[in-house]
Ligand binder design. Structure first.
Ligand code: DGY
Length: 325
């Protein structure tokens, strides 16, 4: 029997492409670039290939127009990401196309990235690195590049899901006090001593550092805006390794300039890969290029997870383990 056609929109780790090519009639993208910024080219290629499945990624915009233009042969869209805000879920549901993602395997790595940003922001690591590279370092000095220590600080985790809880576990090792906001208070065995705030004002007014772990999409658009930043204590730190859309950039830039926010660490951007130019001239912000899950181990695990889900739908005709729609 002919293998199902799988359209793979982005270059993936070698072992994952090899597995896809073994089990599917895989149409790979050898260029390490997206085909287009809207989904039109994906729909065109899926139609030309008669694809049964699409293995896409976070940068692909699978909006309603793209999904409606997919051929009837498409049964499943797998995203090589845990986030799926780039896919119009309602349109996929309406077409009866299953959508699957890659949760769990990237939680620790993404929390590691948040922790890296938190340390970079607190300890002015980016600034120091730039100073050394620019040949401007004149030697050790008692008051040079003084940051703040994480020990004893109150870390506020917005969104206490898998990634937020991994971050909490790391932060306990740094003797930080963990606070969180989520849709509801979680059971004590999940909280592990983290302090729940049922009021946004008490959360924002208590913490020294906020780390954002909420999904993208309209529900959280520009959640961290001028009004909420103003409720944070002077000298607080902002970290975002979730989705760029949840931060209102101009407000954060203004707060970084005034010093109300001491420093920030960002791995994700509203409208990425575009980065608000206001950040680029500031010393007190650490900027990473959306590399939260970018480890060799995790990217292989994400690929295998995506393929397990695709296999369930296309090869075994069973329910995929990580179906989001
Ligand atoms: C995710 O998995 O959603 C990341 O942001 C992309 O790697």
């Amino acid at each position: 029997m002919a293998k199902p056609v799988l359209l793979v929109t982005r270059k993936l780790p070698e072992a994952i492409e090899a597995r896809a090519a073994r089990d599917y009639d895989a149409r790979l993208n050898p260029q390490d670039e997206p085909w287009s910024s809207d989904g039109a080219e994906i729909a065109r290629r899926a139609t030309a290939a008669g694809a049964a499945g699409i293995l896409g990624a976070a940068g692909d915009r699978l909006d309603a127009a793209c999904i409606n233009a997919l051929p009837a042969s498409v049964k499943v869209i797998a995203t090589f990401s845990v986030g799926f805000d780039h896919i119009d879920i309602a349109a996929a549901k309406a077409r009866g196309i299953a959508v699957v993602n890659t949760p769990e395997v990237l939680s620790f790595a993404t929390a590691e990235c948040a922790f890296t940003l938190m340390l970079m922001a607190a300890r002015r690591a980016g600034e120091g690195e730039r100073m050394v590279r620019a040949g401007q370092w004149k030697g050790w000095a008692p008051t040079q590049l003084m940051g703040v220590t994480l020990e004893g600080k109150k870390l506020g985790i917005l969104g206490f899901g898998r990634i937020g809880r991994e971050l909490a576990a790391m932060a306990r090792g740094f003797r930080m006090e963990i606070h969180y906001r989520d849709i509801q208070k979680l059971p004590p065995e999940v909280e592990q001593g983290a302090i729940y705030h049922d009021s946004e004002d008490s959360f924002l007014g208590t913490i020294d550092i906020i780390s954002m772990h909420v999904p993208g999409g309209d529900a959280n658009r520009h959640w961290l805006n001028a009004a909420r930043l103003a409720k944070m204590k002077p000298g607080s730190i902002v970290v975002n390794s979730g989705r760029g859309v949840s931060v209102h950039d101009d407000s954060l830039i203004a707060a970084l300039k005034s010093g109300h926010i001491r420093a920030a660490g960002l791995d994700v951007y509203d409208g990425e890969p575009k980065v608000n130019p206001g950040y680029l001239t500031l010393e007190n912000v650490a900027l990473l290029p959306h590399l939260g899950s970018a480890t060799i181990e995790v990217r292989d695990a994400m690929g295998n997870r995506a393929l397990e889900n695709l296999d369930a739908v296309l090869l075994h005709h069973t329910a995929p383990p990580h179906r989001v729609a």
